[in-house]
Design a protein around this ligand. Structure first.
Ligand code: GLN
Length: 343
């Protein structure tokens, strides 16, 4: 699916800054043009309203840690954030509870199974495994400190809005459609409760989770949200410190291992960036210290990842030099130390 050999792109090291602005503009337009005509994959329909998405929409946005924008296509079309919300709710909970607590309560290992698997929990003694699959995400939402479901929802909505740098609102149609059909997620909530993994009411917690998945965002918003994680927790557009740099580090580690579901290994191998996707067709890919890519295109592969979004991210990772694992010979091996004085 990824056309390495066909791409005539010089491999760049991951260190340093993004290329100059005009070059980033050109490479974003090039990635857009290159994949605009791809129509592989299918729009998700297990949440009925998602089947009505316009499959032709395709938007690519790159936001740098300096706040510069590089965009092509449908970057202002709203869609529900879906599973991408998991990354940012996890960051908010890490900020609140810290590294150890989330490690212990939720876990950080890939399941190797689909995002809505119940078997993954059964095979692992009731552990929700990681915050990027539904079980772990529902367990994570339950950890947002609040005395009621309404307060929990308000905190999630406010927190995600700070990442986006604008007030995010609920897509009511998506929320109602998913609420009517989310029997699996309700089962996951009950199973978590049966294993003593969920303190608040399971159905109320699943309802907050369903709302967080129904927040409307654009490809541009995703890039700003991702760039906040790339920038030590400071939103590069508003300048607000949303979470700490340590929380960004922990969140990106989990995105690298689990963000693209059971395809996370393949994604890391091909693209080399922490990323998160959602079933409505969004992807956010984060280049620490540089910026982030937000992509939107509703047709998905069988794991639930946007086909055009993945291809465009692969292209941009290579052309912009974002792959975290890429190095080139000729770097400086040590930082210089002041000469010892002998006298
Ligand atoms: N709200 C969706 C669900 O729970 C999110 C899944 C996804 O984007 N992969 O099924």
């Amino acid at each position: 699916m990824f056309e390495h050999d066909a791409l005539d792109i010089e491999q760049r090291a991951s260190t340093g800054a993004l290329p100059p602005r005009s070059r980033v503009d050109r490479l974003v337009s090039e990635a857009y043009e290159r994949y605009a005509s791809v129509d592989d994959g299918a729009v998700a329909d297990y949440i009925p309203v998602l089947a009505a998405a316009d499959a032709s929409h395709f938007g690519l946005s790159v936001v740098s840690v300096g706040g510069s924008l590089h965009e092509a296509g449908d970057v202002d079309i709203p869609f529900s954030i879906q599973s991408i919300s998991k990354a940012f709710v996890f960051a908010l909970v890490c900020e609140e509870l810290g590294h150890e607590a989330v490690h212990e309560r939720v876990g950080v290992n890939n399941t190797g199974l689909a995002f809505n698997s119940l078997i993954a929990m059964e095979l692992n003694g009731g552990s929700p495994m990681n915050p990027m699959v539904n079980a772990g995400a529902i367990a994570t939402t339950a950890l947002v400190g609040a005395s009621s479901a309404e307060e929990r929802w308000a905190r999630v909505q406010r927190g995600l809005s700070r990442f986006a740098g604008r007030e995010l609102s609920l897509d009511e149609d998506v929320y109602l459609s998913e609420s009517r059909t989310n029997l699996r997620n309700r089962a996951i909530g009950k199973l978590l409760q049966s294993y003593g993994r969920l303190d608040p009411d399971p159905l109320e917690t699943v309802d907050v989770y369903t709302r967080q998945c129904s927040l409307a965002v654009t490809a541009h918003d995703l890039a700003v949200m991702g760039a906040t994680l790339a920038d030590g927790g400071v939103n590069p557009v508003t300048g607000e410190q949303v979470v700490s740099a340590e929380v960004c580090r922990d969140t990106l580690a989990v995105l690298a291992s689990c963000g693209m579901y059971e395809r996370s290994g393949e994604w890391l191998f091909e693209i080399g960036l922490p990323a998160k996707s959602g079933v409505s067709g969004g992807i956010v890919a984060v280049a620490p210290g540089k910026g982030a890519v937000g992509a939107y295109s509703p047709r998905l592969d069988t794991a639930g990842n946007s086909v055009r979004g993945q291809r465009a991210c692969a292209h941009l990772s290579r052309s912009l030099g974002l792959n975290l694992f890429a190095s080139v010979r000729g770097g400086t091996s040590e930082t210089s130390e002041p000469e010892e004085s002998h006298g």
